[in-house]
Write a protein that binds this ligand. Structure first.
Ligand SMILES: [Zn+2]
Length: 87
């Protein structure tokens, strides 16, 4: 089969619905970091599987975290990327 997928498709689920303990908060950049790309972009819902309600909240919290300098706006400001690329 020419179009066989390499990996078996896994059911996506909303991490925030599945785990009520998982706080959606700008003060938790470690969690928010899972939902942004290496370049600092917010990852689309269709990719992460986050539900509409939580994606909306997530977007707000990521933007808050950026303003508080807990997350970066772009990879140029990321200390991790700087370390990797040795800028
Ligand atoms: Zn949800």
């Amino acid at each position: 089969m020419a179009f066989r997928k390499k990996f078996a498709p896994r059911r996506k689920f909303c991490r925030f619905c599945a785990d009520a303990e998982l706080a959606l908060d700008y003060k938790r950049p470690d969690i928010l970091r899972d939902f942004i790309t290496e370049r600092g972009k917010i990852v689309a819902r269709r990719i992460t599987g986050t539900c509409a309600k939580h994606q909306r909240a997530l977007t707000t919290e990521i933007k808050r975290a950026r303003q508080m300098a807990l997350l970066f706006y772009t990879s140029a400001h990321s200390s991790e990327v700087k370390k990797k690329t040795n800028i």
